[in-house]
Design a protein. Structure first.
Length: 185
């Protein structure tokens, strides 16, 4: 080898260097370059949701409320939900939204509706202070349900944003907020 580095050594050094670099998506460093015009459909000039909410996730995100269409979920038919959040402070991580739709009796399986905000089009690490963000998802109630407890929160990997309630919103100590108990027909 006469002092020259082998291809394997060079590859290992490159891998080590890459592993030491910070992931800029995890810290919001690409916020300034983000094309905000592309997300205008996910911004609400003002939120006036059908169902008012009041909770904070971390110090950065306020849950304002939600709309649901149709107003009463029906077994076997998709229900479409629009969540509204206000960005209180810039978020320096790319959180996902979790939605747990639980049978209040505990007899039936949970419906999971975890997703990236705004269908993956407007990640939390590019939200700006003052933004009111619309987020949509759908679910289909399964046979046997008469109601669903609608829980929500934010997570990144195994970590959840801590919940701070504002005015009588129920939490369960697991950093999730009970948005509503939805009737099902």
């Amino acid at each position: 080898m006469n002092g020259a580095l082998s291809k394997t050594t060079i590859a290992l050094i490159a891998l080590f260097a890459a592993a030491c670099l910070e992931d800029s998506r995890a810290h919001g460093h690409h916020r300034a370059a983000f094309d905000r015009a592309a997300v205008s459909a996910w911004l609400a000039p003002a939120a006036n949701p059908q169902h008012i909410g009041s909770a904070r996730f971390g110090n950065s995100i306020e849950y304002i409320g939600f709309d649901i269409d149709p107003p009463r979920a029906t077994i076997g038919q998709a229900a479409h939900v629009t969540l509204y959040f206000r960005c209180l402070e810039e978020v320096n991580a790319d959180y996902r939204i979790f939605v747990h739709l639980d049978d209040p009796t505990g007899r039936l399986d949970r419906i999971h509706a975890d997703h990236d905000p705004a269908g993956g089009n407007y990640h939390t690490d590019v939200w700006r202070k003052g933004d009111v963000v619309k987020d949509t998802f759908s679910f289909t109630p399964t046979p046997g349900l008469t109601a669903l407890d609608f829980w929500l929160g934010f997570y990144l990997g195994d970590d959840r944003l801590p919940v701070g309630t504002l005015a009588g919103v129920r939490t369960d100590g697991l950093n999730r907020v009970l948005a509503a108990t939805l009737p099902v027909q």
